[in-house]
Every structure is written in structure tokens, then in C-alpha cells.
Design a protein around this ligand. Structure first.
Ligand code: ADP
Ligand code: MG
Length: 245
């Protein structure tokens, strides 16, 4: 589903991503862990075309987004962007739109669905998120956990082939993280392909198939979730994971 080869990304002279390669199979869940500032968000943003990479190749769902630093044409890039969904740390809902309109907006304007069809799809997803009664509420009337569930519904409404999460629970009070992790667990059980940047180590161990540990813009260690988190081999991975035990 995703293939990243020799990816690099600099901001001016600051090299943030250094020769990173990995792939994600269809139906697989990949967790990315690592200290703050190690380049996790930049990596997600590069793979989802929110940042322009400096070099390397990215293929999404069989379509080449960038090869050796040269980007595909605009039509190809658009079609790739339609296949990926993104959920951010801070929800990024439109504050002046109702919950329902937050979810219908892109369905109508990007996918050209009718209002009726978009609302129908939105209500199915809100039902699934346990938020059907909040369709006409505004984001400020919701808890952080509810807002994050709306943003997951919004991403799912566009029928993505892969979902990216950037620290989806980091902005939440601890008692609200569980409801988001539960939704992601359910998506994993449905075999949704996902890439999740997270600091929730026990969640990563349970839900992810594989884990990548990043530090200073490079992949230090990669392995199946259970063994990497329980028995890291690299000293830097060990030191990082110690903070969570
Ligand atoms: P993480 O998500 O692992 O905390 P980031 O990808 O956000 O790490 O950041 C990695 C490095 O890139 C940091 O040193 C950060 O300051 C820098 N960085 C991120 N975005 C930008 C930007 N738009 N311009 C300049 N530097 C940036
Ligand atoms: Mg980040």
C-alpha cells in the first residue's frame, strides 16, 4: 500500500529526514514511535504530500507520488491525496461548521457527492463513533475525545485506502484517550491500513503489526510490535522505551 525509499527532507540546512525506507502492506498497522523532534510528523507529512520532500521515492497504492525527488503530475498527486486520510493531534475541525457539515464538506466539494448522499454517509459514521446525537452541535460544544472522533469520521467519509494518525491522543486528557484508542482498535479489526505516530506504547504493542523507532531523522530499529516493544535490541530504543515503563 505504501512504499517509501531513501526519503530525505530538509528545512533549509536542517536535515530532518535522512534516507528513510519502509513499506506498509494492505491491512497492516504500522506504529511510529520516537522522541519529540525526531521527525515523525515531518515523515507523515512528507508521505501524505503536505510537505515537499528533498529526495527519494514514495509510492501510495501502486501510484508513484515522487520518484528520486521528482513529483508526479498534478492529476496523479490529486488521485493519491484522495486515497489517504489524515487525523491530526489537534482535530483540525472547522470551528464555524456543525459536526455534520465538517463531515459532509469534502464529500460534496471533493468527491462531488450529493448533499443527501454525503449526509447519509456521515450519519452512518457518526453512529459508528457513538455521536449521532451530536450531528448538529458545533466543535466547541464537544469534548476533545468527541472532536477527535468527528475528525476520524471526517477522514473515513472519503473512503481512504490508508489512514495516517499523528499523535491522535496527545491533546486529550488521559481519561479521554481510551475512547480514541478503542475506535482505532476497531478500525484495525476491520483491516484498515493505518500508520500511527503514538506515545501510547501498550496501545502500539497491542494494535500495531510492526513498529518503527525513529530518532534524529533515521529509523533506528524496526520490527514486529510485540518483540520491539518488549525486547528492543538497540540501546537507543531501550533508553527511549524505559521512559514509558
Ligand atoms: P516529531 O514529530 O518527531 O516531534 P517533527 O517532524 O515535528 O518531529 O520535527 C522534526 C524537526 O524538524 C524538528 O527539529 C523541527 O523543529 C523541525 N521542523 C519541523 N517542521 C519544520 C518547518 N516547517 N520548518 C523548519 N523546521 C521544521
Ligand atoms: Mg510530531
Amino acid at each position: 500500500m505504501i512504499k517509501v525509499e531513501h526519503l530525505s527532507k530538509s528545512f533549509g540546512t536542517l536535515e530532518v529526514i535522512k534516507d528513510i525506507s519502509f513499506s506498509v502492506l494492505q491491512g497492516e498497522v504500522l506504529a511510529i514511535i520516537g522522541p519529540s523532534g525526531s521527525g515523525k510528523s515531518t515523515l507523515l507529512r512528507s508521505v501524505t504530500h503536505l510537505e515537499t520532500v528533498t529526495g527519494g521515492s514514495v509510492t501510495v497504492s501502486g501510484k508513484v507520488m515522487v520518484r528520486d525527488g521528482i513529483y508526479a503530475d498534478a492529476a496523479t498527486l490529486r488521485s493519491i491525496c484522495l486515497k489517504v486520510g489524515l487525523v491530526f493531534q489537534n482535530f483540525n475541525l472547522f470551528p464555524h461548521f456543525s459536526v455534520l457539515r465538517n463531515i459532509t464538506e469534502a464529500q460534496i466539494h471533493v468527491l462531488k457527492r450529493s448533499v443527501f448522499e454525503a449526509e447519509k454517509r456521515s450519519m452512518v459514521l457518526l453512529e459508528k463513533m457513538g455521536l449521532a446525537d451530536k450531528a448538529h452541535a458545533y466543535p466547541f460544544e464537544l469534548s476533545g475525545g468527541q472532536q477527535q472522533r468527528v475528525s476520524i469520521a471526517r477522514a473515513l467519509a472519503l473512503d481512504p485506502e490508508v489512514l495516517f494518525f499523528d499523535e491522535p491522543t496527545s491533546a486529550l486528557d488521559p481519561e479521554l484517550t481510551g475512547e480514541i484508542l478503542k475506535v482505532i482498535r476497531e478500525l484495525a479489526a476491520e483491516k484498515m491500513t493505518m500508520v500511527i505516530v503514538t506515545h501510547e506504547m501498550s496501545f502500539a504493542r497491542d494494535v500495531a503489526d510492526r513498529v518503527i523507532f525513529m530518532d534524529s531523522g533515521v529509523i533506528i530499529e524496526e520490527g514486529d510490535a510485540e518483540s520491539l516493544i518488549r525486547n528492543p535490541r538497540n540501546e537507543r530504543t531501550k533508553a527511549f522505551l524505559k521512559r514509558f515503563s
